[in-house]
Design a binder for this molecule. Structure first.
Ligand SMILES: [Zn+2]
Length: 565
């Protein structure tokens, strides 16, 4: 017999089998038992949280010949047919592959016919947000006048993409992520049933990386098992999930303990390059700190330590950290996690965090409790990162005197000095929306021509305005901006590459993003042929301001965002 994936074999067959969604399953059970089911349901929630399983159970329960308290019996012919996926009256559609209007029209035509074997004809539409607008319209028509004995169950991971008109015609349920504990228990149950030996920590790693999805957890478990001979080892789990090895975390924490920012960054880069997730890495730092705190505290507490991650090398670091510093690190890492989850610039935040926690002196400041990341701080730390990156570069090229660059740097102190307003204005003089669209269009190709380090510098930058022969590029972090701005050779290379892609001359001009609205506004009020009034920009009605009107004519209202500052 062909191998069947764990998540298929262990798919729940009754509402009470479903893990972590008791409110939903209880409600559905009650509805079935009291014959009060709705003709349309919307199941939304993260992947692998039981939406499709519940849809199948519901389809079975409403059709079961001997239901008990709203649960399907799984024994009658209808239940058995459905369990073997051969019940013609339950129709599963994957909108991710059937997203055309035709398929939904097909439903509309066939929905009129009564079910052939069962009481209800049930349509389960998975990933319903993938339907085209036309298909949604066709579906809406069916939902507006549902034929008797038909039930629709729509499942989605992205409910915000579903038209409100559809949502309002369904009974909606939101599935939650499944707790780590619930996932752990389920895996233990399955492994025991299969008589497979397992390492506790391996299960922890899998449960953590499944991020609340049972299906993901079981798929990872499957993969980890396929590595080893009928046992689940820590190494296999780390391999499959991309979890950090103890060596990696030890190298990083040692650098932090010794206040060696450059080494810590170097070790961070190795971890990120090996494809480890930044969020998971931060979780690991917190776990290590927590264990070190327990170890430092007293013998009672240290018994609660997680010995699977605390190697001898890590425990040896305990002397170098006092608990005050460990708590500080945990605070900083937790604060960074919030940013990481909302950002696609995770590497930048990790760099900043690393520099921050490898500097012990920050703890002496009175306001450590307040873990806010304001722009000034980000800027200051970005500066330190930049300096350290240079140091790393120098160390690897054998130049052991990184300080030699310092005096030169000091003369460049004033940031606005190298802001090339003339060049920016030149682009704005002829800026159009369509040129900006073209610039954005070639941007990914342009980035792909750069080296890894060059691309790293540009990952916080985007085109914000463009003319026929120039592009203004704004940087999220002023310090990255400065670094590229100073590197004229790289800047020329960028302009040349852009020129090649556009098949014409093109000059790239840089600007820090936080200064961009001001510069743009200045341009609008300075450059337009009107007597300048001090407060015309702030006080005048935006729509009636002739300067703004003129600017709108010049380069479209996308660029002239008058609300921007
Ligand atoms: Zn049954």
């Amino acid at each position: 017999m062909a191998y069947q994936a764990l998540y298929r074999v262990w798919r729940p067959q009754t509402f009470s089998d479903v893990i972590g969604q008791s409110v939903i399953t209880q409600t559905l059970k009650n509805a079935v038992a009291s014959k009060m089911t709705s003709h349309a349901y919307l199941f939304s929630g993260p992947r692998g949280t039981g939406k499709t399983s519940c849809a199948k159970i519901l389809a079975k329960a409403v059709n079961c010949l001997n239901p008990h308290d709203g649960e399907p019996c799984n024994e009658c012919e209808i239940c058995q047919a459905e369990n073997e996926n051969r019940l013609n009256d339950v129709i599963e559609i994957d909108a991710a592959s059937n997203n055309g209007v035709e398929e939904i029209r097909d439903i509309r035509d066939k929905v009129k016919y009564a079910p052939t074997e069962a009481k209800f004809k049930v349509y389960i539409i998975d990933e319903v947000h993938m339907l085209s607008q036309g298909a949604f319209n066709a579906l809406l028509k069916t939902l507006e006048e549902p034929p008797a004995n038909v039930m629709f169950i729509l499942a989605t991971t992205e409910p915000q993409k579903i038209p409100a008109t559809i949502i309002s015609r369904t009974q909606s349920f939101t599935f939650r992520r499944i707790s780590r504990q619930d996932i752990l228990e389920r895996m233990v149950y399955i492994l025991k049933d299969k008589h497979i030996e397992y390492d506790e920590e391996a299960l922890n790693i899998i449960a953590a990386s499944a991020e609340g999805g049972m299906r993901d957890a079981l798929s990872i478990l499957d993969q980890a098992l396929s590595y080893g001979d009928d046992q689940l080892t820590l190494k296999n789990a780390q391999e499959v999930t991309g979890a950090l090895s103890n060596d990696q975390i030890t190298a990083y924490m040692t650098a932090i303990a010794n206040n060696k920012s450059a080494q810590a960054l170097e070790s961070l880069y190795k971890i990120l390059e090996s494809g480890r997730s930044a969020v998971r890495f931060t979780e690991m730092i917190i776990r290590v700190c927590r264990n070190l705190i327990l170890y430092n505290s007293n013998s009672d507490l240290s018994e609660q330590m997680d010995n699977t991650i605390m190697t001898k090398d890590l425990l040896n670091l305990a002397d170098k950290f006092d608990n005050k510093r460990l708590f500080y690190i945990v605070d900083q890492v937790s604060a960074a996690q919030k940013n990481l989850k909302n950002s696609n610039q995770t590497d930048v935040y990790m760099e900043i965090l690393t520099v921050k926690i490898s500097e012990p002196k920050v703890i002496d400041q009175p306001d450590v409790e307040e873990v806010k990341v304001d722009n000034q701080e980000v800027e200051k730390l970005s500066g330190q990162v930049e300096k350290l990156q240079k140091e790393i570069k120098n160390l690897s090229t054998g130049n052991v005197q990184p300080q030699s660059e310092k005096p030169k740097k000091a003369t460049h102190k004033s940031k606005t000095n190298h802001l090339n307003k003339t060049a920016i204005y030149k682009v704005l003089d002829n800026a159009t929306k369509s040129d900006l669209a073209v610039a954005k269009d070639i941007w990914p190709d342009l980035m792909s021509k750069l080296s890894v380090t060059q691309r790293a510098k540009m990952r916080v930058a985007d085109p914000v305005a463009a003319s026929v022969d120039g592009i203004v590029v704004a940087f999220d972090f002023e310090l990255w901006y400065e670094q590229v701005q100073e590197d004229t050779e790289f800047l020329d290379e960028l302009s040349n590459s852009a020129g090649t892609l556009l098949k014409k001359d093109c000059q790239i001009v840089l600007v820090p993003k936080d200064q961009w609205p001001r510069i743009r506004k200045e341009y609008i009020s300075n450059n337009i042929d009107l007597p300048k009034k001090e407060n015309v920009e702030s006080k005048a009605e935006p729509k009636k301001d002739p300067a703004v009107d003129e600017a709108l004519n010049l380069f479209g209202n996308e660029i002239v965002d008058i609300k921007d500052d």
